[in-house]
Design a protein. Sequence first.
Length: 211
Amino acid sequence: MKIIRGLFLVMFLTACQSTLIAELVTQSGQALYHDDFSDPTSGWPQTTSTNGTLGYSEGGYQILVKSPGYDFWAVSGQPYGDVQIEADATRLAGPVYNRFGLICHYQDKDNSYVFIISSDGYYAIGKIKNGAISLLGQKMMAYSGVIQQGSGANHLRFDCIGSSLKGYVNGQAIAITEDADFSGGDAGLITGAFDEGGVEVKFEHFVVYKP
C-alpha cells in the first residue's frame, strides 16, 4: 500500500510540475490548453445516469441534464493558475429557463467559481463552496441583451485573475466581481436545470489562455 501511495504521489507531483513548466514558458495570450472535442479519447468524462449524460458528440461536448434541480459539469483534468477560459455554447433542447457556462479555479466537486448564462438572456457569476452555491456581486441572475436567446450560439469567456472574476458573452464584458476564496485549479464546463429537466447544451472550441 505504501508503494502504491508513493507511486501516486510521484505521478501527481510530476503532472503538477509539467503544468507549472508549461505556464512558465507560455506567454500571455497564448493557450495553455485547448480541445475542439474532435477526439473522443482526449480525456473528458463520458457518463450516463438517470439524471443526465456527458460525452462527445458531433464534434462537440454535450451535457444533458434530465432532472430538475441538477447540475452536470466536466473539467479538463489540468491544474492552472490565473486563466482566461473561452468556449462556444449552443442550447440543443429543453427549456430556455436553464443555466450553462464555464468553471474556473475548480478545487473539487464542491468548490469552484462558475460563470453561467441562460437561454432566455440572463447571467451570473457564482461560487460553489462546500457544496453550496451563491451568486457574487448580484442577488439574482441579471438580464443582458448581448446573450443570444433560444438556440442561438454564444461565445463565452471567463477571466479568473487573482481575486478578479469577469464574465464575457459574445465579446462584451457583462459580469465583474471579486472573491479571494479560491486561487488556481482546474477549468471546465457546466450545465444545469431549474424547475424543468431536459436541458441539453453543446460546447465547442474550449480554450484556456494564460492572461
